[in-house]
Design a protein around this ligand. Structure first.
Ligand code: ZN
Length: 503
């Protein structure tokens, strides 16, 4: 997986300096000059700093990360102060607000585990989201670092104007608002610092992250487990899990930590034990079952693909949960082969075994369905790592992909309904209902952060949504195995009735 951030240093060509002048926004783009900026003048407006010849790309991506967290705070404030009224009269501002929301949503997409910390990837998504909404607003021939700079400038202009209007309206109403405004003003100052161009500033932002890593390490050395708020920003994933975080520079310590209690203990051991159970089934219970001697080599291969997918999913998950306390972003991202991609492959392998047995004596239908499922299963492990696939405006593509993957599991049901009748199909598919139910229920719990969302801190060590999800995955695997054995037995009976169709 290549989601690691490369620390590269690039030259900023002096010819590109004109592109950072305010006039570069094209005709389709918002006219930012209509909105005078509050506060002091930005250093990125200065021709001297524009000539700054070295960009530290990595530091810029880290700054985009920091900017995005400030963006969330500032948008939350605007939400509280009823932005609809502010936006009422101005279509351009409305478009800007929608773009800011799109950036916020696309950059905090999915479980958070998927792209969190991958600062470069977040910067890319941020730039692409803005490019898709404002053609010409971001100069097309620039490097990602320069585009990221331009994106932050564009977003800050909108935010400043929205906030200025909100403040002007609200300060007429109540003194209490002043407190809220003070908070947002601090956030604005912070954002300005983040945006301000210049090598030193870029370095500083990187230093901020380094400092927060060092202080988290110190805290962890003292108390072993630290709290959510002590974690550096890129490590913060689920705010409802408050205590029990590991944080260390040592890989060995990550490994040995599995024997000490932490908020990952249940996640790790549920899948270690799960892996042992799956291996025991694959190498002992399945070969000694009554089904095995009746199986052809291809039948065994289909079962083996399912067992391999189950093991891959459990191993990736265990590795991830064991190593996610490591205080090294690059290393961390290498271990981030999360449950999400493992599960697509597992679902595809489970559907394959169903298709194989459902059309045991119908080679044409069988080949078509299985080829489609196999292709989608492989795509399912690749696509989630593509930033384009994760963009907010690509939601339709994600929905279409997962619906198609699921449809390859359901299309055979329709065909069997028509060719063999509903009763036959019902009895054929009944064994898989349990497995399907636990997967779907588990995924819903996983996505909703329930129950810790309702009682933050109460499920830090045991009983959180991720613990439940892990048990659901294990349950889904075991229920599918029992269903698969029943599918094989049914297929063998039909093969005998049809005069041994595979012979
Ligand atoms: Zn997990």
């Amino acid at each position: 997986m290549s989601c690691a951030i490369s620390a590269l240093t690039v030259e900023s060509p002096s010819s590109s300096s004109s592109s950072s002048s305010p006039g570069y926004f094209g005709t389709d783009s918002p006219n930012l000059e209509r909105y005078p900026r509050r506060g002091r003048r930005h250093s990125y407006d200065s021709p001297v700093s524009r000539r700054s010849h070295i960009y530290d790309a990595d530091a810029i991506f880290v700054r985009v990360d920091l900017f995005l967290s400030e963006l969330e705070r500032r948008l939350a404030w605007l939400d509280n102060y009823r932005q609809e009224r502010i936006l009422h009269l101005d279509a351009t501002l409305k478009q800007g607000y929608a773009a800011l929301e799109a950036v916020r949503d696309s950059c905090s997409y999915a479980s958070g585990e998927l792209i969190w910390g991958a600062a470069k990837q977040r910067a890319k998504i941020c730039v692409e989201t803005l490019e898709s909404r404002f053609s010409n607003a971001i100069p097309s021939k620039q490097s990602l670092e320069q585009k990221a700079q331009a994106s932050m400038k564009l977003m800050d202009s909108y935010l400043s104007e929205l906030e200025a209007r909100a403040h002007a309206r609200q300060s007429n109403f109540s003194a209490a608002i002043d407190e809220g405004w003070k908070r947002v003003d601090n956030s604005i100052a912070h954002t300005r610092e983040i945006i301000d161009e210049g090598f030193d500033r870029a370095r500083k932002a990187k230093e901020v992250l380094k400092e927060s890593i060092s202080s988290a390490l110190l805290q962890a050395a003292e108390t072993r487990l630290i709290r959510y708020e002590d974690l550096p920003h890129p490590w913060q994933v689920n705010p409802h899990i408050i205590r029990g975080y590991r944080f260390t520079e040592s890989k060995v310590e990550c490994l040995t930590s599995i024997f000490k209690p932490s908020n990952e203990t249940v996640n790790i051991w549920s899948h270690v034990i799960g892996l042992i159970i799956v291996l025991a089934i694959a190498f002992y219970f399945y070969p000694t079952s009554a089904t095995f001697p009746l199986s052809t080599k291809t039948d065994v291969l289909i079962s083996a693909i399912f067992f391999a997918a189950a093991c891959k999913c459990l191993i990736c998950s265990t590795m991830w949960h064991t190593m996610n306390g490591i205080a090294d972003k690059t290393l961390l991202e290498r271990f981030a082969c999360v449950d999400y991609t493992g599960i697509s492959f597992l679902v595809a392998a489970s559907i394959l075994s169903t298709e194989w047995t459902a059309f045991y004596c119908e080679p044409v239908s069988r080949s078509v369905y299985m080829a489609l499922t196999a292709v989608l299963g492989i795509l399912g492990t690749i696509l989630p790592w593509q930033s384009t696939f994760n963009r907010a405006d690509m939601a339709w593509a994600r929905v279409a992909f997962y619906v198609t993957l699921a449809a390859t599991g359901f299309a055979p049901v329709i065909q069997l309904n028509m060719t063999r009748g509903p009763e036959w199909s019902f009895y054929f598919y009944a064994p898989i209902a349990k497995s399907l139910f636990v997967y779907v229920a588990g995924a819903m719990i996983y996505a909703s952060h329930v129950p810790e969302r309702w009682f933050p801190g109460a499920f830090d060590y045991v009983g959180g949504s991720h613990n439940i999800w892990h048990l659901a995955v294990l349950g889904g695997i075991l229920f599918h195995y029992t269903a698969m054995i029943q599918f094989f037995n049914g297929a063998f009976r039909r093969a005998v009735e049809a005069g041994d169709c595979l012979a």
